[in-house]
Design a protein around this ligand. Sequence first.
Ligand code: 1GP
Length: 252
Amino acid sequence: KHIFQNIEASIKRGEKLLAVLIDPDKMELDSLANSMVKLNTSRATHVFVGGSTVDDFKTDDLIKALKGLTDLPVLIFPGDVSQLSSYADGLLFLSLVSGRNPEYLIGKQVEAVSILRAMDLEIIPTGYVLIENGKETAVERVTQTQPLSRNNIQHIVDTAKASELLGMSCIYLEAGSGAIEPISSTIIKAVKKELQIPLIVGGGISSKQQLDNAYDAGADLVVIGTAFEVDDAFFDDIKSPVSFGHFPKGEK
Ligand code: 1GP
């Protein structure tokens, strides 16, 4: 499996990546086929699957169905150990480095190992950095951690850098699903400037302008969940390679 290698190669070529996040708790299997048509004709390069609270087994069923409906790499973006699935291609092996809850820094990861041993997933170690966006996020509620203050940019940069120095393969800056405002360009720029590893940005991105802003500020891969679920027009808008300057013409 070469998902991460391919991500690095795309970044080197100057391409920007887009992951659509599917929450197994919100996506009905009945409507999955239609959603996947929308996804396959969009600029998406990856599919992420996960959520803060998902019923057991739902993830497994969803990914199994997904794999029959798309050729894009499917990565688990887990809220919990119960969301691991052997049907996926890879796993963002998250450590919630913005928080100080040992369970989400290392506890769940230790628990996951006995399950992962029986699976053949590409593991991508990811420093997961939650940043406040003005309202409480599901991540805060579930993990019982505080997000980083959006005003203390140095602390955000140092947290991302510490994760890189610990050996993380990438950093995920998260504003929270449905965030009122996405991560600001100022924060993305400051973090990107110090990082050698790929930068993922997500939370509250719901327009082409916000997507472009994140890319221009230095995001290598943007994650969109809510807008994919609720806004067909937005996904139509990012279908056309002509209006979407970040992608080389003719490329999928
Ligand atoms: C959430 O970053 C993702 O973990 C996506 O957020 O649902 O706001 O797009 P949205």
